[in-house]
Design a protein around this ligand. Structure first.
Ligand code: SF4
Length: 263
């Protein structure tokens, strides 16, 4: 059984390869699409997940059999630094294996400072790793309402700063954007702190009639106005671009794999 796989559909915009170590998540985000994707009842998804059976054994077999030149994202399903049954020991061992086989990796987490426990392993990848977080709300109360058990916005911003100061390439995912004003405030914070190298910008999807809530064209224009002068790497996701086809974007801003990590 192969545990490193090629995502399809909207997930493919994020990464050419992915690896899910735990099936389930403790963060309990209101907009989480994973139970639907897995066709699981919410009560069988949200909670304290255990590592997938023999996932490290299968990972090593994959790495022995194949050479990966393009990034493997940890993870689409769950969060490798949520509150899990082995305190993310499987995450650490998986990263050690991936590093030993020179595989390029991107780690996306809302676990905040828990990520920093593996900073020493991140460093062994040299330039073959990017570590990032989803930034959703600047306002603590709103963040708690939508992502009740994830780390606070303050902690996520501090984590990005520490990762960046330690020479790790950082990225921030603005998917979902729920309230553009909140996301724009977060972009401003990361620019002031110079803590993010690469931005992925999208919007909320698959949640009630979210498309109708906001002026997404205005949001795209405002993001461009902030990020282009700063000279940052930015990718605008198709779900956002398609709602503002008249807004001119550069080739790089529309190319999903432009800024991925490579071997
Ligand atoms: S962190 Fe991701 S997988 Fe976990 S609950 Fe939130 S959206 Fe779902």
């Amino acid at each position: 059984m192969s545990v490193i796989y090629k995502p399809t559909g909207m997930a493919r915009e994020y990464s050419p390869y992915a690896l899910n170590l735990y099936i389930g998540c403790s963060h309990h985000c209101k907009y989480c699409y994973a139970p639907h994707t897995l066709q699981r009842a919410e009560e069988n998804y949200f909670g304290k997940p255990s590592p997938r059976k023999d996932v490290l054994k299968y990972l090593e077999k994959d790495l022995q059999k194949n050479v990966y030149y393009e990034q493997i994202l940890l993870s689409f399903i769950g969060d490798v630094y949520c509150d899990n049954s082995d305190d993310s020991q499987t995450t650490r061992t998986a990263l050690e294996l991936l590093s030993a086989y020179h595989a390029p990796v991107a780690v996306l987490s809302k676990g905040g400072k828990k990520m920093l426990r593996d900073l020493d392993v991140f460093k062994t990848f040299e330039d073959r790793i990017a570590a990032g977080t989803t930034l959703t709300f600047h306002d603590e109360t709103k963040s708690r309402a939508w992502e009740p058990y994830a780390s606070s916005p303050k902690e996520r911003l501090e984590t990005l700063k520490i990762l960046h100061e330690n020479g790790i390439k950082t990225f921030a995912s603005f998917e979902p954007t729920i309230e553009p004003k909140e996301s724009l405030k977060l972009i401003e914070r990361t620019l002031e702190e110079n803590s993010v190298d690469h931005y992925k910008i999208g919007k909320i999807n698959h949640y009630k009639d979210a498309d109708k809530w906001q002026d997404w064209r205005r949001y795209l224009i405002d993001c461009i106005a902030l990020l282009r002068p700063a000279g940052k790497e930015v990718y605008y996701k198709f779900c956002l671009r398609r709602l503002a086809p008249d807004v001119p974007l550069t080739k790089e801003e529309k190319t999903p794999d432009e800024y991925i990590v490579r071997a």
